[in-house]
Design a protein around this ligand. Structure first.
Ligand code: 1CP
Length: 355
């Protein structure tokens, strides 16, 4: 396998000096790109796209052809894991993900088993190998999974939710049952991420989109503890290089301090916390990734540049920053505005680095 031509992203995650701030964009492959919509139409539907390694590779590469990004992210979805556990994932247009067989009762949770990930998710590992070949050492490839709690919300509620009534009910009325669900999903996710790393993922991110919807103590017991179990068992070195782990709990705020204790290498930060405050919460334990409000991309080129300038200034000088949005890019964004964003990070960030 070729040496990496651009390892700024991996170096920033390790808090090593870099010449400028590296960047990627959460959901960089997706519906805001017309070429993505064309490939998805060719595949027929979203899951067929995920299950086809050639097409998953194609959509992974699409944003890199347009923009000077410093990392690629595997094209897949966090809900492939519950799907592999037998819940039957399907998508209803306009309504988002749904499960045919949600797990709502103690009995259903007790009978869940850790699946054979090679057998059920082999298509993901094949996509990772295909993307690595196609990238040919240009930039690193990020693998990912959902946090057990975030996957759990979809597994228990049966689809997207705003209030999380069923899983919050379990947290209060049957916490041991929810512990058990978290354990089974954490074990599956550990095997899943280690198999992605085996196949060639050079960093991994755990998306904890909904963990911070819990009260802080419940966040610690269910979401943080289950991510901790994963971090403890991940492969951390491959081919002589560290495989960094990024945890992204949306809306974590002061809980970033707890997340920094897990032994991860970096934390994702959303736009509701200033990076300057986030740095105070975590000290020099971990790198930080973020955190421009994705809504900024709907504004003028000047406003986008100002947003980038503010984000870079908020982190301030020194290593350990990976530029990103504070959450995924939305389907309504004009792809030209993303060029403005990328150019601004390239232009404005070198002054924050002494190397
Ligand atoms: O219609 C389509 O084409 C499907 C839209 C879509 C896409 C492009 C879905 C369905 N998933 C994805 C890809 C995806 N999802 C990626 C890889 C692409 C990349 O980053 O470039 C990743 C990392 C995810 C992660 C994901 N899926 C999360 C966590 C991150 C986040 O944004 O909060 C979550 C919560 C999901 C569930 C999911 N899958 C799809 C949708 C629309 C949703 C969200 C539903 C909801 O809001 O509840």
């Amino acid at each position: 396998m070729a040496e990496l031509e651009n390892d700024l992203f991996l170096r920033a995650l390790m808090r090593e000096p870099v010449s400028r701030t590296p960047m990627w964009i959460m959901r960089q492959a997706g519906r805001y790109l017309p070429e993505y919509r064309a490939t998805r139409a060719e595949a027929g539907d979203f899951m067929s796209l995920c299950r086809n390694p050639e097409l998953a590779c194609e959509v992974t590469m699409q944003p890199l052809r347009r923009y000077a990004l410093d990392a690629a992210i595997l094209f897949s979805d966090i809900l492939t894991v519950p799907d592999a556990m037998g819940l039957g994932l399907y998508f209803v247009t306009g309504e988002g993900p749904k499960f045919e067989r949600p797990v709502r009762t103690a009995d259903a949770i007790r009978s869940l088993e850790v699946p054979d990930v090679e057998k059920e998710l082999g298509y993901v590992f094949e996509a990772v190998r295909t993307i690595r070949r196609e990238l040919d050492g240009k930039v690193p490839l990020i693998g990912f999974a959902g946090s057990p709690f975030t996957c759990g919300t979809y597994m228990v509620e049966g689809g997207s939710s705003r209030e999380f009534p069923t899983i919050k009910g379990l947290a209060k009325e049957a916490p041991e049952v929810l512990d058990q669900l978290m354990d089974t999903v954490a074990e599956t996710t550990t095997e899943y991420l280690n198999a992605q790393i085996d196949a060639g993922a050079q960093a991994v991110q755990i998306f904890d989109t909904w963990g911070a919807a819990l009260e802080p103590d419940d966040f610690r017991r269910f979401s943080l503890a289950s991510m901790q179990k994963i971090v403890d068992k991940l492969t951390r070195e491959k081919d002589g290089r560290r495989v960094p782990v990024i945890l992204f709990t949306k809306g974590a705020g002061p809980l970033l301090a707890d997340l920094a204790e897990t032994g991860c290498d970096a934390l994702g930060v959303d736009w509701t916390t200033d990076l300057a405050d986030a740095r105070k919460y975590v000290g020099d334990k971990v790198a930080l990734q973020g955190n421009l409000d994705p809504a900024t991309l709907r504004e003028s080129p000047e406003a986008i540049r100002e947003g980038v300038a503010r984000t870079l200034a908020s982190y301030g000088k020194g290593p350990g920053h990976v530029f990103n949005l504070g959450h995924g890019i939305t389907p309504d964004i004009d792809p030209d505005n993303v060029s403005v964003l990328v150019d601004a990070v390239h232009e404005l960030s070198p002054q924050y680095h002494s190397k």
